[in-house]
Write a protein that binds this ligand. Structure first.
Ligand code: ASP
Length: 584
């Protein structure tokens, strides 16, 4: 037996027991007469002590130890003279009588501490060392617990976990596919699934009316903090359900996770808002509703007074920052600089200070009277001491810039604490999204999403106005999940493909198997998929999903530890009937 206990286990109750521990050397402190060794494993840290009167071989071995050596130590549990209340084992230490080096270690390239001195790339290259650090360990444990609770809950509701293939053909999520060449079918390729969408629908046709899978998905997209080329979904589908059934079931899952993982409960149902309302009030289809500061459309009020910028704007929107009238020139300039950043794209920002004496001071005083400004303030529900921040321009762009400004103000005012959660459903998404560049409609969710039945006549008159039977689950400004009630009628599906500009042949070629399956008794069905990595990061209080994945890729989609992607040999290329064209 290598060990009798873990390094996180011993307490004062274990006094005088003879124990054996094994683990990694976190730190050695040689104080002359005594040597202290912090021994670490997954479970914690226990202090070992080698005393002056210890066996010579023990003392000699202790003198050889370096950081990250793997050792085994036996001895008696004794009370510490100076206790460490910061760790659970802090009241005791082990007086070592046998010490064995199981394996030496090179000096690690960065410190294995909560706040490591290693840069990002270095830690990625030595991910196996980085994973020894507490923050990553905690993240992976949280992930494990989440997966466990997801399975518990869905199993209790009669869901079956069914695996679907990875080597498939293009799926409809609209990102770029990763492809895999087929050796046995020269010149042909598999695509890795962007999601199991078509398979879960086929499972519904097959009669497995409650399906889920914690499943890897692959999308060849540009990476951001909350994106990885391979990521995990909690993918779910149900038959004989309408939207209400889905929302209720998965609100149940969300509440179960909040309760079992974070000990948080919610009174009543999660709020639901329509996509249109979300856009008008928050400028985003994934609003952070931990705080208010919603948008006020002051277009009508602010036009016609000779201020050209406003007069020529399609939309003028204001947010009210409570108690911020005291913002200095410098603070306001910083906000203006913020909204002018290219990724935000506003041309400028107008402010109105609602002074304590009831007067108003604004950057556009020249054009607007005190009465005008008072009207704006009233429209925004502002009171003395508040600050209005106003952006204007093309509606769509201004809403999104104002959204960024609102979130920035939320951050500045501390209104977005990581340990406070505000979940909601966003419903009634538009079915289609017009793309100016390609002059065609795209499915906002995917082509299998059913339209709201009240809107079906719009197919021929105004397809852009059709509402989808689609919904997103949003928490703290993060889109945690999304899904829809599906089309299960072959004729409606054909209509949808037509609006999306697919010819009959194209639709047949890409999704013929599904259209065909629908001819054999497809039940009404719908589903949802949650971004599992994101949900874990959100619960862990992190912005990036990277640390919730054991072996993630860097921002260029590379695994710098195993050095992938990498070229393959001539022989492999030959076997796959592939030739590499080198770019000039
Ligand atoms: N397959 C969809 C997605 O990955 C989710 C769903 O509609 O269930 O976004």
């Amino acid at each position: 037996m290598y060990r009798t206990h873990t390094c996180g286990e011993l307490r004062i109750d274990n006094l005088n027991q003879n124990v054996t521990l094994a683990g990694w050397v976190q730190k050695v402190r040689n104080l002359g007469a005594m040597t202290f060794i912090d021994l670490r494993d997954r479970y914690g840290i226990t202090q070992l002590v080698v005393e002056e009167h210890s066996d010579t071989t023990v003392r000699e071995t202790a003198a050889k130890l370096g950081r990250e050596y793997v050792i085994q130590a036996s001895g008696k549990v004794i009370q510490r003279s100076s206790k460490n209340s910061k760790i659970p084992t802090g009241e005791i230490e082990v007086a070592v009588d046998t010490l064995r080096i199981l394996n030496a270690s090179q000096i690690p390239p960065f410190t294995i501490e909560d706040n490591s001195d290693g840069g990002d790339e270095l830690r990625m290259k030595y991910r196996f060392l980085d994973l020894r650090r507490n923050p990553l360990k905690k993240a992976l444990i949280l992930r494990h617990q989440m997966a466990h609770e997801v399975r518990n809950f869905l199993d209790s509701k009669g869901f079956l976990e069914i695996e679907t293939p990875y080597l498939i053909k293009s799926t409809p999520e609209g990102a770029r596919d990763f492809v895999v060449p087929s050796r046995m079918n020269a010149g042909e390729f598999y695509a890795l699934p962007q999601s199991p969408q078509t398979f879960k629908q086929l499972l519904m046709v097959a009669g497995y009316d409650r399906y889920f899978q914690i499943v890897r998905c692959f999308r060849d997209e540009d990476l951001r903090a909350d994106r990885q080329p391979e990521f995990t979904q909690i993918d779910c589908e149900m038959s004989f359900v309408d939207r209400e059934d889905i929302l209720t079931t998965f609100e149940g899952l969300a509440k179960h996770l909040f309760r079992s993982i974070l000990g948080k409960t919610f009174e009543g149902d999660f709020p639901r808002i329509t996509w249109h309302e979300a856009m008008a009030k928050y400028g985003s289809d994934k609003p952070d509703i931990r705080f208010g500061m919603t948008f006020n459309d002051i277009t009508k009020l602010a036009q016609g007074k000779g201020f050209g910028v406003f007069d020529s704007a399609e939309y003028i929107g204001a947010i009210c920052a409570e108690g911020c009238a005291g913002y200095t020139r410098k603070q306001l300039d910083a906000l203006t600089e913020f909204v002018k950043k290219p990724q935000i794209g506003a041309k400028g920002m107008v402010y109105v200070r609602c002074e304590a004496d009831g007067s108003y001071k604004s950057s556009v005083d020249k054009f607007y009277s005190q009465e005008d400004l008072a009207q704006w303030a009233a429209a925004c529900g502002a009171k003395a001491g508040d600050l209005l921040l106003i952006l204007s321009g093309v509606r769509k762009n201004t809403l999104s810039a104002l959204c960024e400004l609102r979130l920035e103000m939320g951050n500045r005012l501390g209104l977005r604490p990581h340990d406070q959660f505000a979940p909601l459903w966003v419903i009634d998404f538009p079915l289609l999204e017009w793309d100016d560049e390609t002059q065609r409609f795209y499915a906002m969710h995917h082509p299998f999403t059913s339209p709201n039945s009240d809107d079906s006549e719009l197919f021929d008159t105004d397809p852009g106005k059709i509402r989808a039977n689609a919904y997103d689950f949003v928490v703290n400004g993060v889109e945690v999940g999304g899904g829809s009630i599906r089309i299960f009628d072959a004729e409606l599906q054909e209509k949808m493909f037509k609006v999306l500009g697919f010819s009959k042949e194209e639709a047949e070629k890409q999704f013929g198997f599904l259209i065909n399956a629908f001819k054999y008794g497809a039940p009404p069905h719908g589903g949802i998929a949650f971004g599992f990595d994101r949900w874990c990061a959100l619960f862990g209080g992190a912005d990036s999903i990277r640390d919730y994945i054991a072996f993630p890729k860097n921002n260029s989609g590379r695994d710098v530890m195993i050095e992938s992607p990498s070229p393959i040999s001539e022989a492999q290329l030959e076997e796959l009937s592939l030739e590499i064209k080198t770019k000039e």
